[in-house]
Design a protein. Structure first.
Length: 138
C-alpha cells in the first residue's frame, strides 16, 4: 500500500516545466548553437566543403565516408544563437572549453578528460555546472 501512495505522490509532483525538461532544452540549444556556429559563412547550399586538390584527385565527398550520417537541421534563430554564443563566452575558461569540446567538437567525456588532463568526473561536473550557469543567464 505504501508503494502505490509513494508513486502517486511522485507522479503528482511532476510538471512539464520540471528542471529535467529545462535541461533538455539547454542541451537542444547547445546542439543547435554548435551546428549554427559550425555553419559559419556557409550559405547553406548543402554542398560539403572540398579543397581544389581533393577535387582534382577525385577524392570522395565528405558525406560519402559515413553512409549512416544524417545531417541535423539547424532550427535555431540567429538571435538566439548569438545570445548563447555570448553567454558561453562569458563562462570561466574551464567551463567554456568543456562546452566547446563537448558540443562543437563532439568529443566524448573521456576524450575531453584526456585533452584537458582532468578526471571524467570533473569533466561531467564542468558540463553540468556550465549548463546550470547558461540556463541562469539565458
Amino acid at each position: 500500500m505504501q508503494n502505490s501512495t509513494y508513486s502517486a505522490t511522485c507522479y503528482s509532483k511532476w510538471s512539464p516545466n520540471d528542471m529535467s525538461s529545462r535541461r533538455i532544452d539547454i542541451d537542444h540549444d547547445l546542439i543547435q548553437w554548435a551546428l549554427w556556429s559550425k555553419r559559419g559563412s556557409d550559405p547553406g547550399i548543402g554542398y560539403p566543403p572540398m579543397t581544389p586538390t581533393r577535387r582534382i584527385s577525385g577524392a570522395p565527398l565528405e558525406w560519402e565516408y559515413d553512409i549512416n550520417h544524417v545531417p541535423i537541421a539547424i532550427t535555431i534563430s540567429d538571435d538566439r544563437a548569438i545570445r548563447i554564443d555570448k553567454a558561453i563566452a562569458s563562462l570561466e575558461l574551464d567551463l567554456r572549453t568543456t562546452i566547446y569540446l563537448k558540443y562543437q567538437r563532439e568529443f566524448q567525456i573521456i576524450k575531453i578528460a584526456k585533452a584537458m588532463r582532468l578526471s571524467r568526473d570533473k569533466v561531467s561536473q564542468n558540463i553540468q555546472t556550465a549548463k546550470r550557469v547558461l540556463q541562469h543567464i539565458l
